[in-house]
Design a protein. Structure first.
Length: 123
């Protein structure tokens, strides 16, 4: 009986300490992806937004061709944190905030206080 009790105690300890996975190691479906949105004028891309996701952070770069010579003259970037909930994504960086939805190939941020209506496509 003592052996059975000892065996049960050991099994309980093994199950207790190995039953749960560490949630901190989970990554979102967006991690490692890059998305792009462009604005065209006269058949030329005159502005480009590139949104890239890492484990829990994002980077957003903006390039534009200010003088329409085919060279992107202006470059700006911002980075921050993001969260996902199903197919919803929220990106924040200081006061910058966008909330949208995504599929396997398209990400949509509806018009809001800090942005116009944006559609990004997975690269």
């Amino acid at each position: 009986m003592k052996k059975l009790f000892s065996l049960m105690a050991i099994l309980l300890a093994i199950v207790t300490f190995s039953a749960c996975s560490d949630d901190k190691n989970e990554t979102s479906a967006l991690s490692g992806t890059v998305w792009e949105s462009t604005e065209e004028y006269g058949g030329r891309v005159n502005a480009r937004w590139t949104l890239s996701f890492q484990d829990t952070t994002f980077g957003l770069t903006f390039e534009s061709d200010e003088d329409a010579d085919g060279i992107m003259d202006r470059h700006e970037s911002i980075s921050g944190d993001y969260t996902t909930n199903g197919n919803e994504v929220t990106v924040t960086a200081g006061e910058f905030y966008m909330r949208g939805t995504f599929t396997e190939t398209t990400m949509h941020f509806p018009e809001g206080e800090y942005n116009d209506d944006f559609v990004y496509y997975k690269k």
